[in-house]
Design a protein around this ligand. Structure first.
Ligand code: COA
Length: 255
């Protein structure tokens, strides 16, 4: 299933694959790709047949080399305004999704590329992945959420170093600072992402969604507010059939 110019959207039972597909441009994120991603992510969010999304990059060289720099400074003001709108909404859309999101990274994962991955819940990196946020060198700052998401994933000092130096870090270094969850051989990248997706899907909805929401929203709250949110979500889950079934199944197993 695919009707997009810049991405490939595929569905298998349970898993949706969203592939950035401009390999000649190292999957640089242009305006069209933002539009396409918006459509695909909305479709994924609203489709009960798919429970986890895996993002990946087409071609051998990159997950994505970031925002399309050929569109910088050339667009008429209307288009720039539109670009800003898409940037804000796309990353907000991704961050607001309750379903689990996995990014499978290889090659270059720069700028908006790694920022997209930082909106996901799990990042698996092939050994050849090179990660960086080069915006400051271009007279910009990260605008796909990176200045906020990176500091929520790694310690502040590491985030500052990556953004202020613009250095590209290796997959191993990204693993060491906690930016990626696993580093694997390139040929194991998608299988590892799929294994992770299957493990997550073995858990039930809506508990999965509420657990994600409690963690992500709670991070931006005081501990008191976070505990209130947790209580509220748990109180609702107690009333669900899925919870009753889950407890029944567990009791049966432990007999
Ligand atoms: N936007 C648009 N096109 C890009 C791109 C980007 N962010 N990154 C790479 N490309 C294009 C190149 O222009 C080139 O196109 P061409 O073959 O038509 O000339 C093609 O992808 C291959 O890239 P190239 O630069 O030739 O490969 P390389 O191995 O020499 O270098 C990079 C790879 C990633 C180091 C280099 O392409 C780069 O620095 N890209 C820009 C990264 C960036 O600043 N991104 C963040 C923007 S905020």
């Amino acid at each position: 299933m695919n009707s997009f110019e810049t991405i490939i959207y595929e569905k298998t039972p349970g898993i949706a694959y969203i592939t950035l597909n401009r390999p000649q441009q190292l999957n640089a994120v242009n305006l069209q790709m933002r539009d396409d991603l918006w459509e695909a992510i909305t479709a994924f969010r609203d489709d009960p047949e798919v429970r986890v999304a895996i993002f990946r990059g087409a071609g051998e060289r990159a997950f994505s080399a970031g925002a399309d720099i050929t569109e910088f400074g050339t667009a008429p003001s209307q288009a720039i305004a539109r670009q800003v709108r898409w940037e804000r909404d796309l990353w907000g859309l991704l961050l607001g999704i309750d379903k689990p999101l996995i990014a499978a990274l290889h090659g270059y994962a720069l700028g908006a590329g790694i920022e997209l991955a930082m909106c996901c819940d799990i990042r698996i990196a092939a050994e050849n992945t090179r990660i960086g946020l080069p915006e400051v060198a271009l007279g910009m700052i990260p605008t796909a959420g990176g200045s906020q998401t990176l500091t929520r994933l790694v310690r502040r000092g590491a985030a500052l170093e990556i953004i202020l130096t613009g250095d590209r870090i290796t997959a191993q270094e990204a693993y060491r600072i906690g930016l990626v969850h696993r580093v694997v051989a390139l040929d194991q990248l998608v299988p590892t992402a799929e294994e992770m997706a299957r493990k997550i899907m073995a858990q039930g909805d809506p508990a999965l969604h509420y657990a994600k929401r409690a963690i992500k929203q709670g991070l931006d709250m005081s501990i008191e507010e976070g505990l209130r949110l947790e209580k509220l979500l748990a109180a609702y889950l107690w009333t669900t059939e899925a919870c009753a079934e889950g407890i029944k199944a567990r009791r049966k197993r432990s007999k």
